[in-house]
Design a protein around this ligand. Structure first.
Ligand SMILES: Nc1nc2c(ncn2[C@@H]2O[C@H](COP(=O)(O)OP(=O)(O)O)[C@@H](O)[C@H]2O)c(=O)[nH]1
Ligand SMILES: [Mg+2]
Length: 463
């Protein structure tokens, strides 16, 4: 087992509350907790593991009373980290918690780094990396869809999916081993074409899992919507309407929005991250031109677009770029300012190549807001469901997963090509092993300190 020092940290967020938890983990965790904490009645038996007992926390040096607190101990290996763990439930005061952590530090515990408890759980084999990431996602979840996804991953759904793929790679490896072992003997080996067929089918499975990334990311982080259109079309008005607050400046002066403004709107079970952008036009000053470049980048990185057209103005060449940007992604088109005399119609938009659903809208009167919210929510849910739908509910949620699967896919494809080309089995096996290693990086069966640092950095202290 992984041997470590003893760490301490508050497991509850800073601030005042009814209760706070100070957590210790490591070989001296229980000893240090007992040094600080005594049962209320000295003659009372100590609580059995995993049961709370009321007692007092005192400064072991001066004997000064610090707090009344509950203690629970979790002897290794049946604990969060797999090590001895002690948890003090004290009153939730900022100073109080700091004082108790300092007492534990005086007694020999080291203040824990962010995510260090979870990292130890991983190092001690209590959880794999996908489960550790699921814990972070669970804590960060902003809606039911994100919760469900994190819980599925926490129960090992992604790890099981990866394990299934890995088992098939091991099967391919075994075929190659057989070829190596029996190459001198005159027996009938399965033809290479069969090997390549199995490898290609497995590569397709990998691709299907890679394709779940957008869904997993959208459920976890929300869908990104870019609000695009010409200056003065009503983009900032729309952002404010959807947020229900005056976030962006609205003015009749064209070109007022110069930077991208991003805010999250709650329109359904999945958050929608709205980006209000600088209006697209040719005759922009240098600052506005930089803003317009950002508009293009934001639109390129978005999951969907909300395109705003000004129905009170005639068609202009700048609208063509708006349409070209919007055509690349799913989304909605708003024909805004329906309260003003009409110079641009839905029919003309269609004729100019707008294929998106077109909604008549009036940002000034919030006319059409409810149907818009409903359609946006439906669109986001569709995005979160469609790709890789045949893959059950399992989705990859991080760039790390995607990169590892991409690498496994490439190695597997190389193996298939090498096998078909009649390369020696030892050569083909190298690619199969590389693919296996790439998959192992997802669950953490194979990993490096750097990767662990990256993963656990996103955790807060005490987790
Ligand atoms: N009459 C009318 N004016 C609107 C409507 N929506 C926005 N405006 C006005 O159009 C101008 C530009 O709006 P803004 O949201 O700043 O547009 P942006 O440049 O696309 O961000 C402002 O004066 C708004 O009050 C609408 O539906 N009807
Ligand atoms: Mg604006």
């Amino acid at each position: 087992m992984y041997v470590a020092d003893t760490i301490v940290a508050p497991a509850t967020p800073p601030g005042s509350g009814a209760v706070a938890i100070v957590r210790l983990s490591g070989p001296r965790a229980i000893e240090i907790a007992r040094l600080l904490w005594r049962p209320l009645r000295e003659d009372a038996p100590l609580a059995p593991p995993r049961e709370l007992r009321l007692g007092e926390v005192r400064d072991p040096k001066s004997g000064a009373l610090i707090d009344r607190a509950m203690l629970a101990v979790f002897p290794a290996p049946r604990s969060l980290t797999g090590e001895d763990v002690a948890e003090l439930q004290c009153h939730g005061g900022r100073y109080l918690v700091r004082r108790i952590v300092a007492l534990a530090a005086d007694a020999g515990a080291r203040p824990a780094a962010p995510g260090e408890f979870t990292r130890r759980a991983y190092l001690n084999g209590r959880i794999d990396l996908t489960e550790a990431e699921a814990i972070a996602d669970l804590v960060d979840a902003r809606g039911d869809a994100a919760l469900a996804q994190a819980l599925a991953q926490l129960s090992g759904a992604l790890a099981a999916r990866v394990e299934g793929l890995r088992a098939k790679l091991i099967g391919l490896r075994a075929r190659l081993e057989a070829e190596i072992d029996f190459s001198d003997e005159d027996i009938n080996l399965p033809p290479r074409a069969e090997f390549a067929r199995v490898a290609d089918a497995l590569a397709a499975d990998l691709r299907a899992l890679i394709d779940t990334f957008r869904r997993g990311r959208i459920v976890r982080d929300g869908a990104r919507a870019a609000i695009i259109g010409k200056p003065n079309a009503g983009k900032s008005s729309l952002l404010n309407l959807l947020l229900g607050s005056d976030r962006a400046i609205v003015t009749p002066i064209p070109g007022a929005t110069r930077d991208v403004i991003e805010e999250t709107a709650a329109i359904g079970p999945i958050p929608l991250v709205l980006a209000d952008t600088a209006g697209l036009r040719a005759e922009a000053d240098p600052v506005e031109a930089l803003g317009i470049e950002r508009t293009r980048r934001t639109a390129a990185a978005a999951d969907l677009t909300i395109t705003v057209f000004d129905s009170s103005r005639r068609w202009e060449p700048a609208d063509d770029e708006v349409i070209a940007l919007a055509a690349r992604l799913p989304g909605l088109a708003l024909l805004n300012k329906s309260d003003l005399p009409r110079m641009l119609t839905a029919g003309e938009l269609r004729a100019r190549g707008v294929a998106l659903p077109i909604i008549e809208f009036c940002a000034l009167a919030a006319d059409g807001l409810e149907p818009l919210r409903e359609r946006l929510a439906a669109l986001v849910e569709e995005l979160a469901d469609s790709p890789g739908a045949g893959d059950g509910r399992v989705a990859i949620t991080r760039e790390r997963h995607r990169a590892a699967l991409e690498s496994a896919f490439e190695s597997l494809t190389a193996a298939s090509v090498a096998a078909s080309a009649g390369m020696p089995p030892e050569i083909v096996a190298v690619d199969i092993m590389a693919a296996t290693d790439a998959l192992d990086a997802i669950t953490g069966a194979v990993t490096t300190e750097d990767v662990l640092d990256l993963i656990f950095r996103e955790f807060c202290i005490g987790k």
